[in-house]
Design a protein around this ligand. Sequence first.
Ligand SMILES: O=P(O)(O)O[C@H]1O[C@H](CO)[C@@H](O)[C@H]1O
Ligand SMILES: O=c1cc[nH]c(=O)[nH]1
Length: 232
Amino acid sequence: MGTPHNEAEKGEIAKRVLMPGDPLRAKYIAEHFLKDAVCFNTVRNMLGYTGTYKGEKISVMGGGMGVPSVGIYTYELYHEYEVEEIIRIGSAGALQDDVDLRDVVIAVGACTDSNYAAQYNLPGTFAPIADYELLESAVNTVREKGLTVRAGNVLTSDVFYNDDPTVNDRWRKMGVLAVEMEAAALYMNAARAGKKALCMLTISDHLYKDEKLSARERQLGFDNMIQIALDM
Ligand SMILES: O=P(O)(O)O[C@H]1O[C@H](CO)[C@@H](O)[C@H]1O
Ligand SMILES: O=c1cc[nH]c(=O)[nH]1
């Protein structure tokens, strides 16, 4: 089979997929956390691997940056490859003073400035939310590990370099914890497909404190989130 963006054959992708934005992060996870990982996709270098973790089949694949990219890859995984669960593991910028670098944030809901929901022609505004079972499982795993996590609203933005420097202030006033660029599309695709999705984020920079992780610190911080996603 194969799609315009994924050369995997049916059955080569597990029912559960971890999805970082960066395909090289997918490679890193496959090489450092999975057993017997086999690469199933190299189209556009959007690397995807299937292996096992503690005896369970699991896949990890990059989703790219932004709503259109993650929209394509997750649509194909849900509809063409019979994937049941996608857990996005990404980075995000903190919007609140009490959200710190390295914190793990679970996106219970994903506000968005994207027009992705327009395709459904709804007579109102759709609220993209995480799957409750995955959310509960993530929180339980975090507690078992003695770690802490923030759970709440995030913003999925189409814009990384915004012309209006005050735009984030308005989301901040609404208690939105962090900004990233894909969760809302993932949640909408999951809802429409009747499948499950969760987005976990590690804070890589703070938009109100001028702080950011170094490359090495980012690597270590991400390992915590990857371990939570694999163990849950
Ligand atoms: O680290 P990832 O998963 O790519 O996530 C964040 O990083 C990218 C922007 O630098 C966007 O994709 C944003 O959502
Ligand atoms: O999308 C993102 C990711 C990290 N930091 C940001 O400010 N935005």
